[in-house]
Structures are given as C-alpha cells and as structure tokens.
Design a binder for this molecule. Structure first.
Ligand SMILES: *[C@@H]1O[C@H](CO)[C@@H](O)[C@H](O)[C@H]1NC(C)=O
Ligand SMILES: *[C@@H]1O[C@H](CO)[C@@H](O)[C@H](O)[C@H]1NC(C)=O
Ligand SMILES: *[C@@H]1O[C@H](CO)[C@@H](O)[C@H](O)[C@H]1NC(C)=O
Ligand SMILES: *[C@@H]1O[C@H](CO)[C@@H](O)[C@H](O)[C@H]1NC(C)=O
Length: 160
C-alpha cells in the first residue's frame, strides 16, 4: 500500500516539474526533411554540479567492418562534438547540415540531441552518442561515460 503512492509521486514529480526523462530517439527519418537524433543522459545525482562533453559517431549502412576481430565501433567516424557551449561538425558529409538540439546555456549537459537539416538516404546507419560527464564533488572529481546507439532508417516522403 505504501509503495504505489510513492511510485506515483515520483512519476508525477518527473512529469510535472520538467525533470530529466530519458526518452529514446525516433529511428525513422523522412528523406529531405529535418530529423532530431535524440540522446538524453540524466544525471543520477542531480545535486552535484557537473560538466559534460557530448560526442557523436556515425557509420553508414554501406560502410563495412574491415576486421572481424575488432568491434564495429572501431570503424565509426567522428561526426560531431559539443563542448564549452560550442558544437563542431567533424564529418564532411554533414557539413552545414547539423545543428545542436541539446541543453542550452549550460556546461551541465543532460540533453545531447542533434538535428539533421536535410536527411538523405546516405544518412541511414548507426549513430553513437557518448556523454563524458565529470561530477564535481567538494574535494574530488568523478567521471562517468554513458553511450547510446541509434539505428536510423530513412524512408521516402509520403505522397499525398
Ligand atoms: C533543433 O534544431 C533545428 C534546426 O536548427 C531548429 O529548427 C529547432 O528549433 C531545434 N530544436 C530545439 C529543441 O532546439
Ligand atoms: C535537400 O537536399 C536535396 C538533395 O541534395 C536538395 O535537392 C534539396 O534542395 C535540399 N533541401 C534543402 C531545404 O536544403
Ligand atoms: C550518397 O553517397 C553516394 C556514394 O558515396 C554519393 O555518390 C552520393 O552523392 C551521396 N548522395 C548524397 C545526397 O549525399
Ligand atoms: C571516459 O571517456 C574518456 C574519453 O574517451 C576516457 O579518457 C575516460 O577514461 C573515460 N572514463 C571512464 C570512467 O570510463
């Protein structure tokens, strides 16, 4: 009898006070439209100030793994990096086509989402988003890395 109300209270607190919720990204984009690649990593200890760097990697669906011995992540390309309130597109295939959609005006990032402006079929593939978060305790720092994978599929525009 005690557990249920507490659970509901926690859920309500989350939904009603803009707390961080780790929603999974959509995985289907429409060709030549914009698409938000979502990546959220909530702080488990919200009261501890922290600084985060977000990195995105990409591997197109037509790019093969060159060695069966290494993890396929070894063959992902640096796509985008966001640090110190500044983003940089690292993959020429995405120059002028990516915008930051994550946390704004803060170094304490919890939302690392990016936005593809004009999706092409070549954007089909695997995206990996990593948060490198440094928690700043009073007398020490602690680093936690979290990683999320998104398999993106691009579909044609619906004809009306
Ligand atoms: C995401 O980026 C797009 C393109 O710059 C912009 O139009 C949109 O408002 C952004 N959304 C958020 C939530 O930042
Ligand atoms: C999106 O890309 C397509 C194919 O490269 C191009 O024809 C179209 O003009 C672009 N649209 C915008 C809004 O940039
Ligand atoms: C998609 O990739 C192919 C092969 O690399 C390239 O020839 C083509 O120009 C690319 N298309 C777009 C819209 O970027
Ligand atoms: C987090 O990632 C960075 C960069 O790859 C690495 O230097 C660091 O050792 C990682 N920290 C942990 C706790 O895994």
């Amino acid at each position: 009898m005690l557990l249920l109300p507490l659970t509901l209270l926690a859920l309500q607190a989350t939904l009603c006070h803009g707390a961080c919720v780790e929603v999974d990204s959509d995985t289907e984009a429409v060709a030549s439209k914009g698409f938000k690649l979502g990546c959220i990593s909530c702080k488990k200890r919200g009261e501890v100030p922290s600084v985060a760097v977000v990195n995105w990697l990409f591997k197109g669906s037509d790019e093969v793994d060159y060695s069966p011995l290494l993890s396929s992540f070894c063959f992902m390309f640096q796509l985008y990096t966001y640090e110190n309130k500044q983003g940089e597109v690292l993959d020429p295939r995405f120059y002028e086509r990516l915008d930051w959609n994550g946390s704004k005006q803060t170094l304490d990032l919890q939302d690392g989402s990016i936005y593809i402006l004009n999706v092409t079929y070549n954007d089909t593939g695997t995206y990996m988003c990593t948060f490198e978060r440094t928690l700043m305790y009073y007398n020490y720092e602690f680093q936690i890395n979290t990683t999320k994978l998104i398999h993106l599929n691009v579909v044609p525009k619906r004809k009306n």
